[in-house]
Design a protein around this ligand. Structure first.
Ligand code: SF4
Length: 352
């Protein structure tokens, strides 16, 4: 095991990619990067990270910011629950920890949205805590090293994978840092031991890999069955006033706090006009609507949504309330859903 660890760490120190969050030991900044990277590729997350830490350079600035500002800075990264939890957790840090990110595992783990992976990643990298990490990359590497059909989604396998991650950590008091080790494992999975076509000839630890020895690296981990794509219908009202459009704040688990045109999900055989007018009435919005015949296609995870776009044929009145705003969608002051951006996109094009 010592040999495997040394080979992988040597490789990591020579070939690791330069990333902005690898140039700091600040637990707050490493935390931001880890939250962004949980569902997002490095190349996509990097400019968001740089803008985010410029706008919110420390945890207290983040805690003091309105949620709308935080969501606006996150807009486009998706999985907005991550931003809401980060903001909520920053407020707890400001209120209960004197504005310093707690660096004991128990205190950090008690913050909203902070799971075992985040605790291990942030504290091992920032303060050298001897804690393991387990993400999709690490799971794949472990499944291949052992040539075992381990799947992190199965509780018994997850337990075994976490035990492996713990057992492989560099010994306490040794020269190797747990943060480097954790990052080396993730880096190997991200750049060499990739899901398809792993680059085994370049792998620093191929001599220790059972799947490579068997010639079947891609058989591990076994591919989980894909969820079927569900087709959905939605109708939205694209209501304009000068350069502004009317936006409504979404509520509910998925896009809570994000903004988009007032709209309604439709049953397969529902009359879109009837349903949309009823949804607008419930919001207190008065408008005569007409179907533009424009259809916008949008996919979120396993849902393929076809959106019918309606517009007003005359003046629109909307009540003053916190969940409705007339806003220039190009101003980026509110966090628009990806769907809302698609719906307003043609309005930004110069007219012929
Ligand atoms: S030898 Fe191949 S399958 Fe094994 S860890 Fe390295 S890249 Fe992955």
């Amino acid at each position: 095991m010592a040999q495997l660890r040394r080979k992988l760490l040597d490789w990591y120190h020579r070939f690791r990619r330069d990333m902005p969050w690898r140039r700091t030991r600040d637990p707050y900044r490493i935390w931001v990067s880890e939250v962004m990277l949980q569902q997002t590729q490095v190349a996509t997350a990097t400019p968001y990270y740089e803008r985010f830490v410029k706008r919110f350079p420390d945890v207290v600035t983040l805690a003091d910011a309105p949620l709308d500002d935080v969501l606006a800075a996150w807009a486009g990264l998706g999985y907005y629950r991550r931003a809401r939890f980060l903001h909520e957790a920053a407020r707890v840090v400001a209120r209960e920890h004197g504005g310093r990110v707690p660096t004991t595992a128990a205190a950090f783990a008690s913050l909203p949205g902070v799971g075992r992976y985040t605790v291990g990643a942030v504290l091992s990298i920032s303060v050298g805590a001897r804690l393991p990490v387990l993400d999709g990359n690490v799971c794949r590497v472990f499944a291949r090293w052992t040539a075992s059909p381990l799947q992190a989604k199965r509780p018994a396998d997850a337990k075994r994978l976490w035990s492996m991650a713990e057992a492989l950590l560099p010994p306490a008091g040794g020269a190797a840092a747990s943060g480097d080790w954790n990052q080396a494992l993730m880096e190997l999975g991200a750049t060499v031991c990739t899901p398809r076509a792993p680059r085994c000839p370049e792998c620093p630890v191929r001599a220790h890999c059972k799947a490579h020895a068997a010639g079947t690296p891609e058989a591990f981990p076994p591919v989980a069955s894909r969820r079927e794509v569900v087709k959905l219908r939605r109708a939205v009202a694209l209501l304009r006033r000068g350069g502004d459009v009317l936006l409504a704040r979404r509520e509910g688990a998925l896009l809570d706090g994000m903004w988009e045109m007032p709209g309604v999900d439709l049953a397969p055989d529902a009359d879109a006009g009837v349903a949309l007018r009823s949804a607008l009435r419930a919001l207190g919005v008065k408008a005569r609507l007409a179907d533009t015949s424009r259809r916008v296609k949008h996919t979120i995870t396993h849902r393929a949504i076809e959106v019918e776009v309606w517009e007003a044929t005359g003046a629109v009145t909307a009540p003053r309330r916190a969940s409705l705003r007339w806003t220039d969608p190009a101003s980026r002051t509110l966090a628009l859903t990806a769907l809302a951006k698609k719906v307003v996109a043609p309005a930004k094009r110069p007219r012929a």
